[in-house]
Design a protein around this ligand. Structure first.
Ligand code: AMP
Length: 403
């Protein structure tokens, strides 16, 4: 049983760091996924007979106001979240208009079992992002036990995500259920992977993924490289890539990665063929070509038949699968079939017993688009945090709870 699940919160005040950085347009929340993700954690504390103080950031108030003086702090208020939260929790949610004011302290101190208080946006104070110790200590007074359920900010050493944990004794700082799921899935892949372990890395640029690939060379048995970034590898090896995406200044790095993979015995799989287009547009003319023989004036925008067949075979033989980044421009109908086929291969391998983790913005968007998100083992919500974890970095939000 997890330490959060086994903890009894009766008569305790849980100070929960959530990630309520939800999209809000004209005061209306347009996607409440992040709120819903935190509900099991909040509900468990309330069901045990505890009370809850919620804290979150929203946007970048101080930085944005500096750039656009017509904005005010009120434009970054967490107040629009109160009504939906009341509805989700079926109880009143109090609000403190300043996250470290005396009013906030009074309201937190007066909370009775079953009651919920939400603090105003933590980033009204520059001390939050600076990881200020005094600010963290003030916040820490609002709860008996600290729960971090905000995996999306776990890669930041901010006051409420990491620094605050030092003011709670071991056993009084826990991951919430959402965070626990992310950490468990990430550790399963990076530290306890069953072999063969295939990492599927796609997306636009090699430069964004170099650190991940380098780290995965220590862990994976196979690395599939797709998306726009594959063409830098083909160009580096002397191929013709037409107008495909290419980072010329990364060619040497690409060759070095291939060399290192060989030394380590890691098999790198590049897409043998591509769906090519005469322009980067949804209505482009299309054809297919070997990925290292793309004619002038054409560009590779998706992986094609042979590549899909090869990649699917590798995936089907894997016991652990990590997927970050699409295989092509999946946002456009004509260039989505490679990404969709790979998603289906990952789903099939999962149903045959593999553990599959999809993490990082666009591959998550892709599995959602194809309606396959609930058919893989885990879909991570923490874009930047998960990427840094895959790069092998220690995340301050995780380390602070574990120390
Ligand atoms: P990233 O954020 O680096 O994972 O990149 C995701 C983006 O890469 C998506 O918006 C895709 O449309 C884009 N992408 C994938 N394959 C290609 C390609 N062959 N050429 C250009 N862009 C691509």
């Amino acid at each position: 049983m997890s330490s959060f699940t086994s903890h009894n919160f009766a008569n305790q005040k849980a100070l929960i760091r959530v990630d309520f950085n939800v999209p809000i347009k004209n005061g209306v929340i347009t996607d409440d996924t992040r709120i819903r993700a935190a509900l099991p954690t909040i509900k468990k504390v309330l069901a045990d007979g505890g009370s809850v103080v919620l804290m979150s950031h929203w946007g970048r108030p101080l930085k944005d106001i500096e750039k656009k003086p017509n904005l005010t702090l009120a434009d970054f208020s967490l107040k629009p979240l109160i009504a939906p939260l009341c509805k989700f929790l079926d109880t009143e949610v109090q609000f403190a208009e300043d996250c470290i004011s005396e009013d906030a302290a009074r309201k937190a101190a007066a909370l009775k079992p079953g009651q919920v208080l939400m603090l105003e946006n933590l980033r009204y104070y520059k001390q939050e992002e600076k990881g200020d110790k005094d600010f963290a200590e003030k916040l820490s007074k609002f709860g008996d036990i600290y729960v971090n359920d905000a995996f999306g900010t776990a890669h930041r050493a901010h006051a409420s995500t990491a620094v605050i944990a030092q003011f709670f004794a071991p056993g009084k700082k826990l991951f919430g259920l959402c965070m626990e799921g992310e950490v468990k899935a990430a550790e399963e892949v990076m530290h306890n992977s069953r072999k063969p372990f295939t990492a599927i890395i796609g997306g636009a640029k090699v430069s964004d993924k170099i650190l991940i690939i380098e780290n995965l060379l220590e862990k994976a048995t196979d690395i599939i490289i797709g998306g726009g970034m594959a063409y830098t590898f083909f160009k580096a090896m002397g191929g013709q890539i037409g107008n495909s995406l290419c980072e010329d200044d990364r060619c040497e790095m690409a060759l070095a990665l291939l060399e290192k993979a060989k030394e380590k015995g890691v098999c790198i799989h590049l897409p043998a063929d591509s769906i090519i287009a005469d322009k980067f547009a949804a209505d482009a003319n299309t054809s297919s070509a070997l990925s290292n023989e793309i004619p002038g004036g054409w560009m590779g925008l998706d992986v094609a038949h042979m590549a899909v067949e090869n990649f699917s075979k590798v995936i089907s033989e894997s016991k652990t699968i990590l997927w970050n980044g699409p295989m092509g421009v999946f946002e456009m109908e004509k260039f989505q079939s490679g990404t969709k086929a790979i998603a289906e291969a990952v789903v099939k391998a999962t149903s045959n017993g593999a553990f599959s983790l999809v993490g990082g913005g666009d591959s998550v968007a892709a599995v959602n688009k194809f309606g396959l998100a609930d058919k893989v083992s885990y879909v991570s919500t923490g874009g930047g945090a998960m990427l840094e974890y895959f790069e092998g970095k220690e995340l301050p939000g995780i380390a602070a709870i574990k120390s």
